[in-house]
Design a protein. Structure first.
Length: 477
């Protein structure tokens, strides 16, 4: 958790203030002292106080009892330890009902007081932590192996290994599914921050208001729905890494807030006034072209240069075919384990087909194919036919041939009952007809299905089983 806790001593005896300050300073606390009610309130408003030691018998018309609930209102997480005279144990009990965590009877035993504070801080931390523990445990057991044989990427990994212990921000770019998140996990879980948290947030998935409160947390009542104080991801990631996914989707307004946090290493909760200091390594990822967004005024230039201190671009899978075999083997192992299977490998045909595929979904698409293949197959060596027949993978083939054939070789217009025609024709002919109609309708499948008198589902099935490729939609590499 925190390296240094802040403690407020509220007691009107100067001697006690001084004694406790010295004692707690020596034990690594940041100590504030006061003997006055109003000043205590002011300090808690301005500073991040973790625990307060409150002498119930304060001079003036307001006493320590009032202060207990006042401070709790300002700072719901605060630990309050009450100091009471031997004769006023009843008041001590009352004060616990008002929110104090514990009480100590005078004369103060410093060690006892320290124990009470530490025990309560630990309990509070556990409570806060519990909420994140589940996610964290899950996250720790996920893999962080970044597999590659690509020289360019290997060189990037060597650079990363040199800088990963430094607290610098990293920007990872690449198409969808290229491995931006797993690379950032690699950076965190092999760096000197690995024992602290790896926290992720997707900037595209949340509304502006939610993203703000997820990042920075909020105070109770700061907006409708903020019924409790909530810790933001920046606080949770203290000491560790915060992964800002899809940063290209962050609004300009939040971009400026983020810039400020990076510049000052501190931030304020939504609806809060206190600055909270944090030490967080940021890793940002995007599949957008931030430089272009900058030119278009959609991404702040100053933020870009803050984030892209070190930047890595992961090339698309189609540009690094040498990674396909090694990734296939990696995923076979992973899913063998998951499904308790003994798949050894794919056959050559399958490798060849997978290597010549153009992978619009990149590694994620490849992983899905291997996942299904391992799950569904009973063979030790999975061959291409199995992949194709199981409709796990549809290779790109032959559509060039189809495209080059002259369509008027076929007397399409003479076919009246298309449904019947399709049912009775050879596969080859069927394929050509389907292709002709798809093209005619600009690959609008619903329209094509209607014209052919078949359902959309049947059309999809035919497209897959006949290996008809949607030539016009395939992304250009
Ligand atoms: N080099 C790699 N080694 C091992 N697994 C990888 C690699 N690259 C990607 N993967 C796996 O592929 C899947 C997709 O990767 P990841 O989620 O990191 O992609 P991404 O770039 O964040 O995608 P998106 O932009 O869609 O969020 C994950 O299951 C990941 O574990
Ligand atoms: Mg991702």
């Amino acid at each position: 958790m925190k390296d240094k806790y802040s403690l407020l001593i509220i007691d009107d005896e100067k001697g006690i203030q001084h004694g406790l300050k010295t004692f707690f300073n020596k034990r690594g606390f940041n100590v504030f002292t006061t003997g006055k009610y109003d000043e205590a309130i002011r300090i808690v408003k301005e500073k991040n106080i973790d625990a307060a030691v409150v002498d119930i018998r304060l001079k003036g018309n307001k006493n320590g009892i009032d202060l207990i609930s006042e401070l709790k209102k300002l700072e719901p997480d605060i630990i309050e330890i009450v100091i009471t005279g031997y004769s006023s144990v009843d008041t001590a009990v009352t004060s616990m009902k008002l929110g104090a965590s514990d009480y100590i009877v005078k004369p103060i035993d410093n060690q006892k007081l320290l124990d009470a504070i530490v025990k309560n801080l630990e309990m509070r931390n556990l409570k806060n932590e519990n909420i994140f523990l589940r996610n964290e445990i899950l996250s720790r057991y996920d893999s962080f192996d970044f597999i590659t044989e690509n020289e360019e990427l290997k060189a990037e990994l060597r650079k990363i290994d040199r800088i990963k212990d430094k607290p610098i921000t990293v920007l990872i770019t690449g198409e969808t599914g290229t491995g931006k998140e797993i690379l950032s996990r690699y950076i965190h879980f092999t760096s000197n921050r690995k024992d602290k948290r790896f926290v992720t947030i997707n900037c595209a998935a949340l509304s502006r208001e939610l993203l703000l409160s997820e990042l920075f947390g909020h105070e109770k009542g700061s907006f409708t729905g903020a019924i409790e104080r909530k810790m933001g991801k920046f606080e949770i990631a203290h000491g560790g890494t915060l992964f800002l996914d899809e940063i290209g989707d962050m609004s300009l307004n939040i971009q400026s807030k983020l810039l400020r946090v990076i510049e000052e290493n501190s931030f304020e909760r939504v609806g809060g006034t206190k600055r909270i200091e944090v030490d967080v390594r940021l890793i940002a990822a995007t599949n957008k072209d931030l430089r272009r967004m900058m030119k278009e005024g959609k991404f702040r230039e100053d933020l870009y240069y803050r984030i892209a201190v070190f930047s890595v671009n992961i090339p698309p899978l189609r540009d690094r075919p040498e990674d396909i075999p090694i990734l296939i083997r990696h995923f076979i192992k992973k899913y063998n384990k998951k499904y308790n299977k003994n798949v050894i490998d794919l056959n050559n045909d399958a490798y060849n087909a997978l290597i010549s595929h153009n992978w619009p979904g990149n590694v994620r698409e490849l992983e899905n194919i291997v996942n299904q293949a391992v799950l569904l197959s009973d063979s030790e060596i999975i061959n291409l036919d199995e992949l194709v027949n199981g409709r796990i993978f549809i290779p790109i083939q032959n559509d060039k041939i189809l495209q080059n054939e002259r369509k008027d070789d076929f007397e399409f217009d003479k076919i009246k009952d298309l449904k019947m025609a399709i049912a009775n024709l050879s596969k080859d002919y069927e394929k050509k007809i389907l292709h002709y109609y798809l093209e005619k309708n600009n690959f609008n499948k619903s329209k094509t299905a209607r014209e052919l008198g078949i359902t959309r589902k049947t059309l999809d099935f035919k497209i897959r089983s006949l290996n008809i490729q949607d030539i016009h939609r395939r992304p250009q590499s």
